[in-house]
Write a protein of this length. Sequence first.
Lengths: 195, 284
Amino acid sequence: MSLQALQTAFGLLVSGSPATDAGQAAGLSDEEQQQLDGVAEQRGLATVRMLYQSWRLTKVLTLLPLTIEMLGDQAPVLLTEFWRHRPARGPYFVEECLALLHFIDERAGTFGASLRDVMAFERARLEMREAVSGGREHVSALVELDHDAAAVFRAARAGDASAELPAGPTTLRGDLWADGTERWAVVGAGATASL
Amino acid sequence: LVGVGLNYQPELREFIASAVEQLDYVEIVPDIAWTSTVRADGTRADDDEVVGFLDSIHEQLPLVAHSIGLSIGSAHRLREEHIAKIAEWNDRYDFQWHSDHIGYNVVLDASDNEYTVGVPLPVPLSTEMLHLIANRARWVTESIAKPFLLENNSAYVRLPNDEFSEAEFINLLCDRSGCGVLLDLHNIYVNSRNGIDDVGSFLAELDLANVVEIHLAGGLEYGDTYLDAHSGAVPDEVWAIARDVLPACRNLRGVTFELLGSWYKHLGEPALRVTLDRMHELYA
């Protein structure tokens, strides 16, 4: 019996694969497959799967709140598809959220025009956060938006991805310090205005 | 140290700072104070904001570590970088003891890429797994000169064909490795509620002399399942188990209340203070 193969199959089972698929992917023997089937038959598996999905969802909602709000009903569909192709690489989710943004980006043509602006903003926040956690005392970033910033954030908070927005472009400047202080401002014609 | 502790959560900072006289120690999950940045030595960088708070509270109270990232039951490897980081933090905070869970949450996918499933999965209670975990636990106890405890888990599924009961497995693990037990009473209550195990038979079989710390917590109903959600008040049944068990735990050093920070508002400060008072009374 290979403990490692069984754990690989168990992991796949928890992340949503049917027991047969999980067993085949992990190369289980007949005896090991029977063990896995024995787990799959237990009502508690639904609970473990729910806890696994909740754990991933909580991180995404925490790190990409505006993007998820803008996606609305499309969010569960996209997340399910994304998770199917990408297991959680670790307990820290910045990398996973950056990959999710890339995944959505490839499909963004089918969503509202303001989604790309919101994603650009949240991507920059993640990258700044990564830089600070890597030891930088202070980082700043410039984000180019295609629309008026205030209108974009109003639409995002309302979850209205189809809102007609005044054209930009707008440049945002973000600053993040190691103590957690974060500031964002619109950069325009020699002056800045805090958001 | 013998006393009463509370787990650290960001939402509990103000409470902890105001309740120093009611607490004998603070328990931290160090993993939540580390960031996603991996340093050159393979260990995680610190979250400076959390470290700032812990530094200040450590001037007033001892700390104990209860980590979630060791994944001691992972078949493919032991996460030595995790123990290196715990050792670094032990140098900083002089932990009274440190602990993790009997289980695993890091596995390989079918292409041999490592990933995390987030929730601790149950290990097969077999001779092979006993050997694996005991060797690793012994190595941990030799690597960090502080008591190392392993916690019984809440489990919603069991692997068929176990060779040992869970209590028997834990007794053998302690005998062979020198680790102690972090006895989570809410977990055994959860397992009993969900038909996974039985409180009475588990405790009758467990060698309570190995218990160094006890966890108390609350949970919630989710459909036809009772979850170990750390979501508020300790159920009366768990208090009763605690009163029965405590006198037999002759090497006990701490009773800790686990509360998820987001549930603090629901529980409220007065109820949290009453919970801590009741925990002190357990020692009477």
